[in-house]
Design a protein around this ligand. Structure first.
Ligand code: NAP
Length: 248
């Protein structure tokens, strides 16, 4: 039999998609599906080596601490992690040095790669802007991925000694230039029919580079989660961000 895996948040949209991924993978075995109201203990985790957790921001920390307490390696996709909450996970992991935990705000390989490539490209261009495009049911803007992308671009520009981007805009009463994140403009499109998309545009005199990522379906998160499920035991302590496991 293969590696035993539990799902926390099993009734949710991501939980169901992840359960389908585990079931379809020959060397994984789905041994527990827990949701709100179920205790997370060594017994209920039923011999799992890894627990995939996609629940709610207010519930995730307690779940992850319980998973670690039970001696199981968590792979976490729930968003909304604060530095304080991450520090609590690290403290808990220190009591079980053999365990690893992976927490990643984005498991889509294409999004992680786009962010990494954008960070690498940033120092070669005078101008850079981020356009994120999502379905109209999304409640927050800009997306966490766009925010992180913009911050990485700003950091790379600073390290390369680049100054402010060329922009002669003097009047913009309605905010047409978008959000200004650390000096990088971020534009959010909400359009029926879209899922989750991001475009990073770089400009120099006479040339442009566009990096674009499109997620069409929740199944796009499975290859990244699978990578984390396979790798988590080889990385004791906390790993934040899928890029750390991708040898980029
Ligand atoms: P969802 O459909 O609302 O699923 C969450 C599930 O967790 C629900 O069944 C919910 O039950 C359950 N739950 C709530 N509290 C719980 C608890 N204390 N213990 C166990 N289960 C609990 O949400 P989703 O669309 O699957 O998204 C889940 C999370 O993943 C969100 O934070 C989302 O932003 C994030 N996400 C991350 C990625 C990534 O790549 N990292 C990708 C997609 C989504 P109730 O409905 O009864 O509360």
């Amino acid at each position: 039999m293969g590696m035993k895996v539990a799902i926390i948040g099993a009734k949710g949209r991501m939980g169901q998609a992840m359960a389908a991924g585990v079931t379809a993978t020959d060397d994984l075995e789905l041994v527990a599906q827990l949701d709100v109201g179920d205790d997370i203990t060594a017994e209920t985790l039923n011999g799992a080596e890894v627990a995939i957790e996609f629940t709610k921001p207010y519930a995730s920390l307690a779940n992850v601490l319980a998973i670690i307490d039970a001696g199981v390696n968590p792979v976490v996709g729930t968003t909304g992690w604060t530095d304080e909450a991450l520090a609590q996970v690290e403290e808990e992991l220190a009591t079980k040095p053999e365990l690893g935990a992976v927490i990643a705000p984005n498991y889509a390989l294409s999004a992680v790669l786009a962010m990494t490539f954008a960070q690498k490209a940033a120092r070669y261009f005078d101008s850079a802007e981020v356009i994120e495009l999502h379905h109209p049911n999304k409640v927050d803007a800009p997306s966490g991925t766009a925010l992180t992308t913009a911050k990485h671009i700003a950091e790379a520009r600073r390290e390369a000694g680049l100054g402010a981007m060329p922009d002669a805009t003097e009047t913009d009463p309605d905010g047409a230039r978008g959000a200004n994140i650390d000096g990088v403009h971020v534009h959010a499109v909400r359009l029926k029919g879209l899922t989750a998309h991001e475009e990073i545009v770089f400009g120099n005199a006479g040339e442009q580079l566009t990096i674009r990522t499109d997620s069409f379906d929740r199944e796009s998160f499975w290859p990244g989660v699978l990578l984390a499920v396979r790798e988590v035991k080889n990385h004791p302590g906390l790993t934040f961000g899928l890029d750390k496991l991708m040898d980029l």
